[in-house]
Design a protein around this ligand. Structure first.
Ligand SMILES: Nc1ncnc2c1ncn2[C@@H]1O[C@H](COP(=O)(O)OP(=O)(O)OP(=O)(O)O)[C@@H](O)[C@H]1O
Length: 569
């Protein structure tokens, strides 16, 4: 029990970290006003339900007295009450929706910011742990957490207010219970409370596994969606390998996991439904077991019996809140758990970034300097050791070495993307570094935007874009600057590499890092593109990773890496 209490306390503490920041943001006053509006509407609804409760008494008393005029009068009153009630709930739903929208927008901006900050979106993939599908956490979990938190709190407040009001009605109700000759005061209230709380507890025991089952299912759903997306993204390669059967098997395996998780949830819900049905059937009858004998003995009037029975239902339903919302609470907890995982992963990656590789800024004239740099794999195994070299402005360096020795990782370290290691990297405070990675990224956008990614296309002159495209061997694309396409799928790997050179020529960085940037091109094209770089960017330092010795003539230094150390030639 103590363990359960400690666990619950720590969960709510962590949940507070997810939910509180919005209510401390600049939006808190506006949203606070919306919350005040919702509370006022809830108050109005509870007040109306008390009026309705009184109406039931008067209505049945009119029937019992066989008073037709009063009966008609009660019907008119009902119509009036109904007219007043309708807008209250509609307005409350509207305000709830607006509040959810604002909260979700704020959280989404905050989470996207955290994800993008300090290359977290990349670094998070390097660390082990519970960091699956961050995209789902941002897109779906933030929607769910805002929707469900508001819905649960609003319904809890509504229920508590109803409980308070109807408890007092029930406490003063005429239903009495005698045990051993002793009259129990507020017997109907006790009965409603005990029955509902006992039911809620049994329901909790039956359903406590649901949170874990829901979490598992959400994870499998996200994995499945991601696999489908990968098939779409890599359609060409899969098709070239005739990989359909393998993909079908993979998708079927992932889908089977969803089925299995879903079945677990269905089975658990089935047991809970059986219990719920039996519980509900008895609950309907319960107030009349006490009130009907009193009515038959002529101790109470029909209207009093109906009013008490209605109040009994309201109190029972209020105590039942936990049971009614069990599944929603389980889903809400699963969502919060996933967001806590996301936050922890972001904190973990932020801690990695402040690792043992020191990055500092230096004067432009001294260029980039690397001193006593060791690089490790994420599990701590050494990759490269004691690397010291400098890249002066406008110099040309070729980095070679056997596959897997750590060339790309060295680039990642220079780019601030590899936190595992120690030593120091000094980068000039001024002057732009541009990295052209092995796997080029071409956004789904207009060619104009794709060409100068990540810069804004409006900063570049269309004529120079066209001229550069023609110079790198893509003259057929000059007329398509405003065409929006999935360029990565449409362009051949060689064309994508030409596009990367065009990007470098337009952006004109002071330091240009090329990671096997001509691997998909023939030697003639490679020569032409490198010559273009030397001619058009004479002030740019070019650092290339390549396997082909033919590139040596475009560079004046060679850094040869072998696993665990480096030699400069
Ligand atoms: N996130 C990671 N987790 C574990 N190991 C990694 C990770 N990233 C890279 N490695 C490993 O580090 C080693 C160096 O990889 P890197 O890509 O730097 O090699 P490379 O010299 O550029 O190879 P190539 O010439 O084939 O491109 C490889 O053995 C690779 O498997």
């Amino acid at each position: 029990m103590r363990l359960l209490f400690a666990k619950t306390k720590s969960f709510f503490h962590e949940a507070e970290d997810i939910l509180r920041p919005y209510w401390q943001s600049a939006e808190r006053w506006r949203s606070g006003a919306i919350v005040a509006g919702i509370l006022a509407l809830i108050g109005g609804q509870v007040y109306m339900s008390v009026l309705f409760n009184n109406w039931w008494k008067d209505f049945f008393n009119a029937i019992q007295a066989m008073n037709y005029a009063d009966y008609i009068h009660q019907l008119m009153t009902y119509a009036l009450l109904a007219l007043l009630t309708f807008p209250l709930e509609g307005c409350q739903n509207y305000f709830q929706g607006i509040l959810q929208l604002r909260w979700r927008r704020w959280l989404t901006e905050d989470y996207i910011g955290q994800w993008m900050f300090g290359k977290n979106y990349y670094n998070v993939q390097q660390i082990a742990g519970d960091v699956d599908n961050p995209d789902q956490r941002i897109a779906e979990d933030l929607r769910l957490v805002t929707e469900d938190t508001i819905a649960l709190i609003v319904s809890f407040v509504h229920t508590s207010a109803s409980l308070l009001v109807f408890s007092s009605i029930l406490w003063n109700s005429p239903g009495t219970l005698k045990i051993g000759g002793i009259t129990i005061p507020g017997a109907m209230l006790w009965l409603a409370a005990i029955y509902a709380l006992a039911g809620s507890w049994i329901n909790h025991l039956l359903g406590k596994i649901l949170a874990a089952l829901n979490r598992r299912q959400q994870r499998f759903e996200a994995d499945y969606r991601f696999s489908l997306m990968r098939v779409r993204e890599n359609a060409e390669t899969i098709s070239a390998y005739y990989g359909e059967q393998r993909e079908e098997c993979g998708l079927a395996e992932r889908f089977a996991k969803i089925m299995e998780a879903q079945l677990g949830i269905i089975n658990r819900k089935k047991i809970m439904d059986w219990f719920f049905r039996a519980y509900f059937l008895l609950a309907e009858l319960l107030p009349y077991l006490i009130l009907a004998p009193l009515f038959i003995a002529d101790s109470i009037r029909l209207g009093d019996m109906q009013q008490t029975a209605m109040a009994f239902v309201r109190v029972r339903m209020s105590f039942w809140w936990f049971m009614m919302n069990y599944e929603k609470l389980a889903k809400w907890k699963a969502t919060i758990d996933r967001l806590i995982g996301f936050k922890k992963a972001m904190a973990q990656t932020a801690a990695l970034q402040s690792g043992e590789i020191t990055r500092q800024q230096g004067p432009l004239s001294e260029g980039i300097r690397i001193a006593r740099l060791d690089l490790w794999l994420p599990d701590g195994q050494p990759l490269l050791q004691n690397i010291t070299f400098a890249i002066p402005p406008a110099s040309r360096m070729l980095i070679t070495g056997p596959s897997g020795c750590g060339k790309t990782t060295l680039f990642h370290a220079l780019n601030g993307m590899w936190p595992f290691g120690c030593g120091s990297i000094t980068v000039p405070a001024k002057g732009r570094l541009l990295f052209i990675p092995q796997k080029l990224f071409v956004p789904i956008a207009t060619l104009r935007q794709a060409l100068v990614y990540p810069d804004a296309s409006g900063d570049y002159c269309p004529d120079s874009m066209k001229q550069t495209l023609a110079a790198v061997g893509l003259p057929h694309l000059t007329g398509q600057l405003d065409t929006e396409q999935h360029w990565q799928q449409q362009l051949s790997p060689g064309e994508q590499q030409r596009l990367a050179f065009a990007r470098a020529l337009l952006i004109k960085p002071q330091w240009l890092f090329l990671d096997e940037a001509t691997a998909a091109l023939d030697e003639a094209a490679e020569t032409q593109l490198y010559q273009l770089l030397l001619d058009r960017l004479p002030g740019t330092a070019i650092i290339s990773i390549a396997h082909r010795p033919s590139l040596l003539r475009f560079h004046d230094q060679q850094l040869e890496l072998i696993k665990w150390m480096a030699t400069i030639g």
